[in-house]
Design a protein around this ligand. Structure first.
Ligand SMILES: Cc1cc2nc3c(=O)[nH]c(=O)nc-3n(C[C@H](O)[C@H](O)[C@H](O)COP(=O)(O)OP(=O)(O)OC[C@H]3O[C@@H](n4cnc5c(N)ncnc54)[C@H](O)[C@@H]3O)c2cc1C
Length: 353
């Protein structure tokens, strides 16, 4: 008998899990509280396919990022998801930062990611508007159309019989004998259904659900780590992505470009107490100052408030993956969760048999 599987959350992780489970023969239902797929964190990120260079060796972030990146590139090529391996430069703005670049190079090597160190002049040859002392080149970093990626997961899941139900919020999850009973509301009507397995991929909603069946689940912080973006007027100033050295809760305000050629700066880290996605225009000088040290010509450009996301952080700082009593739980799937989505989905599928 095929297993019946409920996936809660139609973001990148839930949809990848749904696709993998459906491909393995399970009967899959995906629900999401929103009226469309991928409207939360999966729509509010940099769209970068990370190489896997930042994360501590043997962390789940390192493992799932490195394997997920290769899976993502192969999947995108196969299913015509727009992507480009544009590469990334991580820059040192002064001599003092060069040791930190070397430390990052060593950490990346521990994750199997090779980065070459180049001089400031060589960096400027690659990207004429850059003014840096040195840079690391990440050849495997890319960008992907996150919306197209999620649609491809859904299309493949539906091709194997999966069903998507939107406007459906799960409120409770409990184990009853050998089944998992979930309750909630669908288009305003209450429902109560039983499944063999449940995958909790509810992003910011995952902890509230997990705490019902896993009392000592790792907790999110009390505040949200908001990241805002500003769009850059005019043509894209760089072909490659440009990152400063990482900081405590994020990767530092960096330059990315989307597949349409729109350059942007972000995200910053702003601890907030409301789930609020507005970008404060007053932050503009913060963004300008942050990049001026490696991109002085930013002062020739106008920066426009663009969008913001909230990082789904969790105690411990790594991804949390758990499979207990038929319930598979994803907590703390912040960056590089988009990159890792296929590897996370494959892991979830392995847990349902
Ligand atoms: C500012 C920022 C930049 C980032 N940049 C990158 C990047 O460049 N590269 C990268 O790899 N990663 C990046 N990430 C991380 C990446 O976006 C996330 O890891 C990934 O999108 C998480 O996907 P998800 O499916 O777990 O969550 P989500 O996309 O949030 O999906 C969860 C879904 O669950 C639904 N839901 C919640 N509660 C319930 C409920 N009770 N019932 C039903 N449905 C529910 C929500 O509506 C939502 O659709 C970034 C994140 C942020 C915030």
């Amino acid at each position: 008998m095929p297993k019946s599987v409920l996936v809660i959350g139609a973001g990148a992780v839930g949809l990848a899990a749904a696709m993998r489970c459906a491909q393995s023969g399970a009967e899959v239902v995906v629900v999401d509280a929103a009226d469309a797929i991928g409207t939360q964190t999966s729509a509010r990120n940099s769209g970068v396919v990370h190489a896997g260079l930042y994360y501590p060796q043997n962390s789940l972030k390192a493992k799932f990022c490195v394997s997920g990146r290769e899976m993502l590139y192969a999947h995108s090529a196969r299913f015509d998801v727009a992507h480009s391996v544009v590469q990334k430069l991580i820059v040192a703005s002064d001599d003092a930062q060069i040791d930190a670049l070397r430390a990052l190079q060593t950490r990346a090597a521990g994750n199997g990611v090779t980065l070459d160190m180049i001089s400031g002049t060589a960096a400027q040859d690659l990207e004429p508007e850059l003014r840096v002392e040195a840079a690391l080149v990440s050849p495997k970093t890319g960008i992907v159309d996150a919306a197209g990626l999620m649609l491809s997961y859904l299309t493949q899941a539906e091709a194997r019989g999966a069903t998507l139900i939107l406007n459906t919020t799960v409120d409770t999850i409990r184990r009853v004998r050998d089944q998992i009973v979930v309750t909630g509301t669908s288009a305003g009507d209450p429902f109560d259904m039983a499944f063999d397995r449940v995958i909790n991929a509810a992003g910011h909603g995952a902890y509230d659900l997990a705490s019902q069946y896993w009392p000592d689940a790792p907790k999110p912080p009390k505040l949200w780590a908001k990241g805002s973006y500003f769009a850059i007027s005019g043509p894209a100033p760089f072909d490659r992505l440009v990152y400063p050295l990482p900081e405590q809760a994020g990767l530092g305000i960096h330059y990315t470009v989307d597949l349409g050629g729109q350059g942007q700066l972000g995200p910053n880290v702003d601890w907030v107490d409301q789930m609020d996605f507005r970008v404060d225009p007053a932050l503009e000088p913060v963004f300008r100052d942050a990049v001026r040290q490696y991109w002085p010509a930013v002062d020739d450009r106008t920066l426009h408030p663009a969008y913001a996301g909230l990082r789904p952080k969790i105690e411990g700082g790594d991804f949390v993956l758990a499979a207990r009593d038929g319930i598979i739980t994803f907590l703390g799937i912040e960056s590089p969760g988009l990159t890792a989505s296929l590897a996370l989905g494959a892991w979830a599928s392995d847990q349902i048999s």
